[in-house]
Design a protein around this ligand. Structure first.
Ligand code: ADE
Length: 236
């Protein structure tokens, strides 16, 4: 997969992209992440990329010119068009289902908006779909782009470095994860449940499933409701 990110702050991505799974996935060629600075496409002597809003009001608005020029430059670098995504709190809510869907694409082009807003013609002209990572307002789309990159890349074949499918984990089945334990067997008077030491794999699987259901009921009953609504609509 190739992921392009159009941003005014490429440096913000350095640390998340140079550790752990994201670093390994890039090193092993599973994903190619290309950061392009929108400011490099400013035609202004001061490298300006924003201006005052027409009609007045506070704050600055990202100008369409540099974003369009940056986008056209990036699109020329690969024949794969991919999915063009604008990060904005107005977008469709990002979740594990969306992450799975995006992980099947050959290319993602993520556009991180900044400042108080972006000129509306960017959204219209680029034909971008809009994605939000939650109902809160960030200072820009960069952190949202990183969240999406992380959630998507770890789903790509080989990225996790172990055989088990990430599809077994939290949310993939609409359930929270079962509790995990490692050594020591007793820690500060808290004991690992006997069943996990029993070696009976069928019983363990059944226990884990029950635990996952119980925890979801207790902590995220909304997830169970969401799933039963979907099933009623014939979606699985
Ligand atoms: N930009 C600002 N807030 C955002 C959010 N919640 N999701 C995606 N992009 C954003």
């Amino acid at each position: 997969m190739r992921i392009d990110v159009l941003t005014l702050f490429p440096e913000m991505f350095e640390s998340p992209l140079s550790h752990s799974i994201l670093k390994r996935a890039q090193d092993s060629g599973i994903v190619d992440i290309v950061l392009t600075n929108i400011r490099d496409f400013s035609t202004d002597n001061y490298r300006k990329v924003d201006d005052k809003p027409y009609g007045g009001g506070p704050g600055m608005v990202m100008m369409p010119g540099p974003v369009f020029d940056c986008f056209e430059h990036v699109m020329k670098q690969s024949s794969e068009k991919g999915r063009v995504i604008l990060l904005t709190p107005q977008g469709q809510k990002f979740d594990q289902k969306k992450a799975l869907e995006l992980s099947t694409e050959k290319r993602l082009v993520l556009i991180a908006g900044r400042y108080e807003g972006i000129d509306e013609r960017i959204r219209i002209g680029l034909g971008a779909e809009q994605i939000s990572i939650g109902d809160y307002v960030l200072s820009g789309g960069e952190l949202a782009a990183m969240v999406i990159i992380d959630a998507v890349v770890r789903l790509l074949a080989g990225a996790l470095g172990h055989e088990d499918s990430p599809r077994d984990e939290s949310f993939s089945e609409g359930l929270l994860e079962y509790p995990q334990y490692t050594r020591p067997e007793v820690f500060r008077d808290m004991k690992v449940p006997d069943i996990l030491l029993s070696g009976d794999h069928a019983k363990i699987a059944e226990w884990r499933r029950r635990q996952a259901i119980e925890r979801t009921k207790k902590w995220r009953p909304d997830l169970l409701k969401e799933n039963s609504n979907k099933n009623e609509q014939g979606e699985h």
